[in-house]
Design a protein around this ligand. Sequence first.
Ligand code: SF4
Ligand code: SF4
Length: 195
Amino acid sequence: MTSADQPDVHVIDEVDTEFVDMIKRIGGPNIQSCYQCGTCSGSCPAGARTNYLVRGIIRKALLGLKEDVISSQELWYCTTCYTCTDRCPQDVQPTEVIKAIRNVAVAEGYMLEPHQKVAAKVIEAGHAVPLDKESWQKLREKVGLEPVPPNASGNPWAIEEIRKITSKSGFDKLIGYEEFMRAEEEKKKEQEKKG
Ligand code: SF4
Ligand code: SF4
């Protein structure tokens, strides 16, 4: 038989036997109760619009296909609506399983750029959606509110505290904050050059 005659098979060569225990410890204690009925995927609004298959992720996780699971884009399609958790007949709590796997993914360097951006904004401005546009401040004043809301945005000391916490906990390194900000600065300069 020549190699051209070989069937196209996916060779599973990296099975992580610790992966299931890791998920159980972090937040999906019932993952091994899954009997693959598909109720979760059949109820999932994210799966109805994308190729996201929560049942498939759970199956792969149970097989120990850690790299495959944590590096997949689909892992981030879940909106955490909890429909699957309400409906799972085995109390697997798929939403918790997905969240646990996401934690493993981030700890191992897999993070989507939009999430990295939001996390960087929290460190930079003390808020995931900072209110830094003058027009918004004017709008707030127009409806009788103070120009800057009473959160970390208007309190430099609070932002300093957030930076201390993120630095001491290692969160800044986890999200690659410094590299991310440098890249953002470069992008800004490029845009300014282009006018
Ligand atoms: S609904 Fe529960 S038991 Fe069924 S496939 Fe999903 S996680 Fe597994
Ligand atoms: S919590 Fe996530 S996986 Fe479960 S139904 Fe909602 S979007 Fe789908």
